[in-house]
Ligand binder design. Structure first.
Ligand SMILES: Nc1ncnc2c1ncn2[C@@H]1O[C@H](COP(=O)(O)OP(=O)(O)OP(=O)(O)O)[C@@H](O)[C@H]1O
Length: 281
């Protein structure tokens, strides 16, 4: 979609922030993070010794086999799960404090829109809960719908939109209260490849324009390499980080960058990291 001209007019985090915060504190910082779930079938060691620092404005993808703890890590950042060891800070606060301070927006794999509410009604819901005045709710809703190229769809119901459009609406909802951090758990996993390619391009433009810090879970190596400034490769049982790859790719990324040597080399390293994690088990 042609977002740039739309986003010129958007006031949602208008300024592109400095992305080279040498020496500045990380937005998300995990040290020796551990999480063991207590279940009826015994303990499940979901995360083990996770160390990671995510800087302001980074786009960080988490990739690894099913059950390696990607979602669990994201949920820890969001304060929805509580680590059983180590430390985790978000904007210098505990995840619980950060959640209360509305530090992040969260996008799930399924769009999760309420079918009885219009698209606008879905986007307004968190703003209503947060007590924004009605006029501001309307203004913010209009802005984020433009940002994800859904202007004109405010009065439609979710079932009147395609899967890709529903997922864009769910991104708009997460953007509506303008948090600095966007946590995305396989948001495009259920979409076909063509739609996914388009949404990947759109997401990169949106990120570039807004300067949000993004944590993104995916199973797709090309998606991780295409989107990220940093790729975190994880291994299962218990979930550990096996490699952290800082991408040398330029910020401007047309889709055909996927044919470039640099892209293929990073994808190869991710694949090797995934393989090594499986062998180590
Ligand atoms: N609430 C919970 N209670 C008990 N075990 C859990 C809970 N949530 C996750 N787990 C377990 O923790 C491990 C990590 O799960 P998680 O969902 O984080 O993995 P994932 O890498 O996101 O997997 P997928 O790619 O399939 O979504 C799995 O073994 C899972 O079964």
């Amino acid at each position: 979609m042609a977002l740039p001209h739309i986003m010129e007019r958007s006031a949602v985090t208008e300024a592109r922030p400095d992305r080279s915060p040498a020496g500045s504190a990380p937005v998300i910082s995990a040290t020796d993070l551990d999480l063991t779930f207590r279940t009826n079938d015994g303990p499940v060691h979901a995360l083990k010794g996770v160390n990671l620092a995510i800087g302001k404005g980074e786009f960080v993808s988490f990739i690894g086999p099913s059950g390696c703890g990607k979602t669990t890590f994201l949920r820890c950042v969001a304060g929805l799960e509580h680590p059983t060891g180590g430390t985790l800070t978000v904007n210098g606060m505990s995840p619980d404090e950060a959640r209360r301070a509305r530090a992040y927006g969260y996008v799930f794999q399924a769009a999760g829109l309420y079918p009885w509410r219009t698209i606008g009604g879905n986007i307004r819901l968190p703003l209503e809960i947060m007590g924004f005045p009605k006029a501001e709710q309307a203004e913010r809703t209009r802005r984020v719908l433009e940002l994800v190229d859904l202007a004109g769809f405010e009065k439609k119901y979710p079932w009147q939109l395609s899967g890709g459009m529903q997922q864009r609406a769910s991104i708009a909802r997460a953007l509506a209260f303008d948090a600095d951090i966007l946590l995305m758990d396989e948001p495009f996993g259920a979409l076909d490849e063509i739609v996914r390619d388009r949404l990947n391009e759109e997401l990169l433009r949106l990120w570039d324009r807004t300067g949000k810090t993004i944590g993104f879970v995916t199973h797709s190596i090309p998606e991780a390499v295409y989107l990220s400034t940093k790729i975190v490769v994880m291994s299962p049982r218990p979930g550990r980080i096996t490699d952290v790859i800082d991408s040398p790719l330029p910020r401007e990324r047309p889709l055909d960058i996927r044919d470039s040597r640099a892209f293929i080399e990073i994808a190869h390293r991710v694949r090797e990291g995934l393989r090594a994690g499986m062998v180590d088990d």
